[in-house]
Structure formats: structure tokens, C-alpha cells
Design a protein around this ligand. Sequence first.
Ligand code: GCB
Length: 630
Amino acid sequence: MIEQFKSVDINPLIFWMKMARGKEIKPVLTLIFVLFSAHYIVNCQTGTIQNIYGRDHVSLNGRWNYIIDPYEMGYYDYRHMPFDASESGKGGFYDDRKPKDKTDWVEYDFDLAPTMKVPGDWNSQAEKLQLYEGTVWFRQKFQADPKPGKRYVLYFGAVNYESHIYLNGKKLGMHKGGFTPFQFEVTGKLNKGENVVIVKADNTRHQNEIPTINTDWWNYGGITRDVLFAELPATYIQDYKIQLAKGNLNKIEGFIQLDGKEKTQTVLINIPEAGIKQKVTTDATGRANFSFSVNKLIYWSPENPKLYSVEIEAMSDKITDRIGFRTIETRGQDILLNGKSIFLRGIALHDENPLIPGRLRGEGDMRMMLQWAKELNCNYVRLAHYPHNEQMIRLADEMGLLVWAEVPVYWTISWQEQATYQNAEKQLTDLMNRDKNRSSVIIWSMGNETPVSEPRNVFMGKLVSTARSLDDTRLIAAALEISHKGDKVVVEDPLGEKLDLVSFNEYAGWYWSSVKDMLNYKFDIKYNKPVVITEFGADALGGFHADSDTRWSEEYQEQLYKNQFTMLTAIKGLRGMTPWILADFRSPRRQHPYYQDFWNRKGLISETGKKKKAFFVLRDFYDGIQKKYN
Ligand code: GCB
């Protein structure tokens, strides 16, 4: 068994220590190989496949063997040259040592390695990994029976942060970005019977990545979302968008994109419950743009989150999705949902389970979080500060929660680096592609608290233009910073010109002023747009009671919320808010040994699930708002 295993899956670790004293690869040759493999990697990764869950697939979730590799022994030889560099045109790695140098000496063994759950972050699954940042290798075996005329895809919902993927000893490619999906086409690369997938996941933080080294959340590593193996027809429906046209309740607009040889096909779009049947024809590039009139639709809203079953039937492929139809736009200082003014009664949340610390593990965890938001009488959530799971957005569609979706352009990004910008744009594009059919998503956020400077303004401005060119049916926003002039809280970030909302993180009574004095401040907002406060809050240790002047107490947090409502409702254009935050979450920045102990305590719910006093204050405030808006 072990011998057999070695023969199929010792790559990419084939040289692990075997090579340690072996022949070195010449630097020039190495460079050529590195360039070659970069080309190979880019070509191997396919575009985002819309609605992967709607395809024939098997889940590769489950227990994966893992090897912790802090020195990246499986990736570099003892001269710190990547083994990948020896990837050749012959396909995969090759061992160019002379037979006399070869040895069977291998210093790893996946079969004897421990296992952990995938999807799942590693930090919460092994004590020695709690604070670990670096490389962990994962291995899973699966059965396949590839059929002629079919295509196959290996899909990863998310791996944090940089991942290198290998199938049956050959590298498929690499991906950067810890929260967006990616996939590789593996047609022609599968064995009939057993197949072995190996993932190198590396969550090392770097200044010029997205996010950068400094954040206020736990840097959970690993394969944190679903891994799927999907079968597709030779020509398949790769992508589609079916949404109401911008501001038009009577027109559906969108496109269908086929991938494969039979690009020109007739495609039917059926929405049986709405009596809609439309026929479109894809062009020589496999694309059909369409637009048609509709009447008698039941519009999606938080009060009635109506989803229609939408069938797309090409000649060679068919897929079904559940899609809601709604419009969202701004007019002056109003936000209009389906043409009617709305107040966004929101709360912010991280993709983390406070009760069993770690990333949300599946539907049960996600439902718990969104159900808590519902108990607060929310109609809106800010999914901070990075793309959350596709399943979370689908759940928001189903449960009737509007969504602010964000990319991790957070704090002090390397604004001047071209590669950093491209990375941010890729993550934004991937998020927008993935969720463009979700009615719950009404806002794309370009980032959070990015300090004003010329290079930052250019960077963020480009992101806004990209977002607008990709989707004109949603609002574009970012969480801005404030400044102070005497007793004025000023919002004048030049980025505000380009956004649809005035959104800012405010924090009166916590990071500036005290809970007593905060009411002396007034807002000075430069833009005549709807104001949606993205953050305010205070840390409170659940169960710690004192008077309302004592920081860290539930009473302080409660009073701060009350004062916030007094302050904020004085803003004429106030149309929503997402206080920070639904539940306590883990953060390495939060060091106070008694009150924090690595937790950011601004949650309205503690890490034991206890609702703090401020939870009820916010709920009551939202009850009042709801009455006013109905
Ligand atoms: C912020 C950040 C958020 C932090 C929060 C805090 O402004 O956007 O990520 O966690 O403040 O608690 O300080």
C-alpha cells in the first residue's frame, strides 16, 4: 500500500529530503523553468464557474491528511530552490539526478500523518497550529471514472492564503487570496480509480498582499471552504447573469456564456413560476447578451424573500438556480429598494463562529449567525472584511437579509505596487462574478478604513471604476475614515465623490471622546448621499457589570449604543448602519489579559452566546425604525 501510494502521490513532495543532498539545479535553468511554470499555471486555471453547486459534483470534504511544514521542506531544496522549478515540458516534476545519486530516503509520510477536517481552518483543529502562520500540506484521495466527452473540474471555495495544487503528482497551479473561489480543469489528468490531490496552503502575511500584514482578525489558515470535483459536458454553461436591469422593475437583463467547442447554441431561459420562457442564441464566442420585459414578478425583499427557480437550458448543458429579483438605487439621500425608500437595519459580522472559535464550518453555523441578526430585527448585514462563503450569501437570499459584500482592501495596503492592485482587482472581480445573481447583495464595498493619500485615491478610484464596469445594478461603497475639527466630526474623504453612499467608521465614545462627552459632537458631511454608518461600538466583556462610565462593562456598551442613536439620528441623510459587531471575535491584536485575552469584545453576543445588554437596545431601536419606515 505504501509503495503504491509513493508511486502516485509523492509529488510535489517527491524531492522532500531525497533531494536534500542531491544535485542542484543550475540557476539559469531554474529561471527558465520558473517562467515556464508561471505560464503553465496561469493557463491551467479556468474562469469562475457560475453556480458550481448546481453541477454534477462530489464533495471532497472530509478528513484530509496534513503535514506541518514551517521550513517549506516540501517546496524548496536545501539551496532554497523551489522543486517546482524543475517542472518540465514533459509534464510535472522530473528528477534529473543520475541513477547513482538516487535514494529511497523519504522524510515524510502522508499515510501516517494526522488528519483534520476540510473545510476547516487549521488553527482551531490542532493545538500546535493555533498561532501558526506558514505552510501546511494537505492530501486527499478520491475515486474518478472519467468519461469521454466530459470535462472535469477541481474546485476550491477558498484556501487561505496562497495555495499550490497538485493532482496525481503534477502541479495544476497556484492561487492567491484567502476568500475567493478558484478551480482547475483536470480533464485528461485523471486516473480511472484512485486520484490524489495535494494542497500546499500558506497563510504567511506579507505587506504587499491583500489583505496586508496588519488586520484586526484571526489569520485562519487552511482549506477553509468546500472542495468539489465536478463533471461538466464538453460545452457547458460557464457563466450567466440574470437580474433586473438597473432601476427597472419590468426588465430582466443579463448574459449567458458557454465554454467549449460548440459555441453557437440556442439557449432557453425558463422561469416557470413567472411564466417566462425566453430563447437566446450564443455567438461565435459562446456569449448571448439579452434583455426582455417582465410583469407580474413578485419582487425580492427582506419582508418577502421570494426566489424563483430559473432554468437555463442550452443544447449541451442545463443548470438551475434560485434567483430573486429586486432593484436597488439611490435618489438624493434615499436608498430605494424596488423603488421604495428603505432604512438598512444592519449589523456587521465576521466569518467566524464565536462559540467554537474558527471559521464558520457549514450551514448550521451560518444560519446561527444570520438568525441572530434576525433576532436583532435586522434587514441587512455587513459581511466584513472579505468575501464570505457563497453559501452564506445564498442563505441571506433565502432568509431575507440585504448584504454589504467587501474585499479585504483593509488599512495600509501597498498602494503603489502594480501587482498589489491587480491582486485586489482580481479578488473584487472574483467576488462580483461569484455573487452577481444574488438578490441579497446590494452593495459592493471596495475596502475598509484606507487612509487618504494620492496613491490610495488612485488605487481605490480604479477599483470603483472596475466595479462599475462589471455591475451597474448595485451600489458601490467603501468604509471611510472621519476627521475632527473642534466639535465637528468631518467626512470629506475625496473617494466619497465616486461612491454611492457616505459610509464611515465612527467610534465616538470608544476610540475618541467618552461615553459622556460624545453627545457634544456634530457631523459635518460633505456629500449629499445616503449615509450608512459602517461601524461604531465598544468592547464589553460579557457578564462584566459596572456603571455606565466603566469601560469594558456591558453597561458602558449599552450607554454608548443609546448615545450613538441620539447622535446618529440627528444626521439628516441617515439611511442605515451596521454597528460593530454581532459577536465577539478573535484577534491577535487584542491583548488585554483580563478583558480581551485575544478577543475583540465589541460583539453584542459573547463567545459563550450570551446576549449583552446592548443587543436589546439595538433591537428596540430597530423595532422603532421599522415602524417608522412601514
Ligand atoms: C475598525 C475596523 C475593524 C476593527 C474595529 C475595532 O475600524 O474596521 O476591523 O475590528 O475597528 O474593533 O477596532
